[in-house]
Design a protein around this ligand. Structure first.
Ligand SMILES: Nc1ncnc2c1ncn2[C@@H]1O[C@H](COP(=O)(O)OP(=O)(O)O)[C@@H](O)[C@H]1O
Ligand SMILES: [Mg+2]
Length: 366
């Protein structure tokens, strides 16, 4: 059988790529597993689609050469508010590659899709699109809210809003992750503050009490991936402990990674910690199933899970193109390596299925 060809679709400008360190490891893992693996961008596909200019590591730099059309493409193109991203979206709609993973919608559409599945309800914080009326009604039901841009990532543009005896306390981050805070007495002034501050459509989400460590936001990042048999499996999870006076726990916003089991055991005791972890695992498998039913095939999902002070698990966000650096920070190199190998193993599984299907079709035609 010929060597399977796997293309990784990503952003590039010249020889600058979005996640060079990860891609070097991914390509190395792919070669070790018997594949031909390269990076490419929409502009690298020949008009006929039969050839692709691909990039592979070359010492400390990257080397380009022409490759045959990939058998499977892993889409790793991450959102940026640029013309290049719009070009990528158009590219994905029109070319006929076999993708290992589909795209996901924005935070609000993902919420709506998950909410339609009753099996997800127990893990979903209430959410609405931002408007003055919706903010008033959410404030009437919850003393803590999170406002988040529909297409935000990395904790950018998020504000935490708490109703207190002194007034409405706001704490969050701008688009460039600089911190913002305010204390506002009355609702009309609060609405003006938010309207001035926001730069795009936002979702209002029920706020969770995640101060498992006093004065800090703590959440869990769980990585669920397809394996070499095409089955979902949980690769690992870690807790992220946010900085002091930070509304978010994202690692890029100053969060620190700590092992999940040990952390939860220390906070909730042996028995309860086990129950919580089992609940998170159920949440992960159910989320993967519900997401795939609607959005089609996925290769992996990074789930942001809030575990509130009562030990209840909530799904905060679903990331279709998650990082895996948390496992490096946790000091679990074997989990980190597995997190890199699995997408390749799944892509190879898809190629095998595809060529098996072709052989069957050829036999049937005889
Ligand atoms: N409803 C919420 N309640 C409590 N904390 C939240 C809530 N939503 C978000 N956070 C905190 O903010 C972080 C970033 O929010 P998230 O929805 O994951 O957006 P992003 O796409 O920027 O990562 C979360 O990881 C969590 O620490
Ligand atoms: Mg997140």
């Amino acid at each position: 059988m010929k060597r399977p060809v796997i293309g990784i679709l990503t952003w590039r400008e010249g020889k600058r790529f979005a996640e060079p360190a990860y891609f070097r490891r991914l390509i190395r893992a792919g070669q070790a597993l018997g594949g031909t693996v390269f990076l490419f961008s929409p502009q690298d596909v020949s008009p006929s689609g039969r050839q692709v200019r691909g990039f592979v590591p070359d010492g400390r730099s990257w080397r380009a050469r022409m490759f045959p059309r990939p058998d499977v493409v892993i889409d790793r193109y991450r959102y940026t508010p640029t013309a290049a991203f719009r070009q990528y979206v158009a590219f994905r709609r029109t070319n006929g590659f076999q993708y290992a993973n589909n795209r996901l919608a924005n935070k609000w559409n993902v919420h709506k899709v998950l909410w339609r599945d009753a099996r997800m309800h127990r893990w979903l914080p209430e959410a609405m699109l931002y408007s003055h009326a919706h903010l008033r009604s959410m404030l009437a039901r919850h003393s803590l809210l999170y406002l988040k841009p529909l297409n935000g990532t990395g904790g950018r543009g998020i504000v935490r809003l708490e109703k207190t005896a002194e007034g409405y306390r706001l704490l969050g981050r701008n688009k460039d992750r600089t911190k913002v805070s305010a204390l506002i007495r009355r609702i009309p002034a609060l609405l003006r503050w938010i309207d001035r501050w926001k730069s795009e459509k936002m979702i209002i989400q029920q706020g969770l009490r995640l101060d498992l460590v006093p004065k800090r936001s703590v959440d869990m990042r769980l990585l669920i991936q397809k394996d070499g048999n095409g089955c979902w499996s949980i690769t690992g999870a870690g807790m992220r402990v946010g900085g002091e006076r930070s509304a978010t726990a994202n690692l890029h916003g100053g969060g620190k990674a700590v092992p999940a089991q040990a952390f939860l055991r220390a906070r909730f005791g042996e028995q309860r910690a086990r129950e919580i972890i089992r609940d998170c695992e159920q949440l992960a498998y159910q989320t993967a199933e519900t997401i795939e039913q609607h959005f089609g095939r996925m290769i992996e999902l990074g789930l942001d899970i809030g575990i509130d002070v009562d030990g209840r698990a909530w799904l905060i966000e679903v990331n279709p193109k998650p990082g895996r650096e948390i496992f490096r920070e946790l000091g679990t190199p074997q989990v980190y390596r597995e997190a890199i190998r699995k997408p390749i193993q799944y892509a190879l599984h898809l190629v095998r299925q595809q060529s098996g299907g072709e052989r069957q079709a050829a036999r049937a035609a005889l």
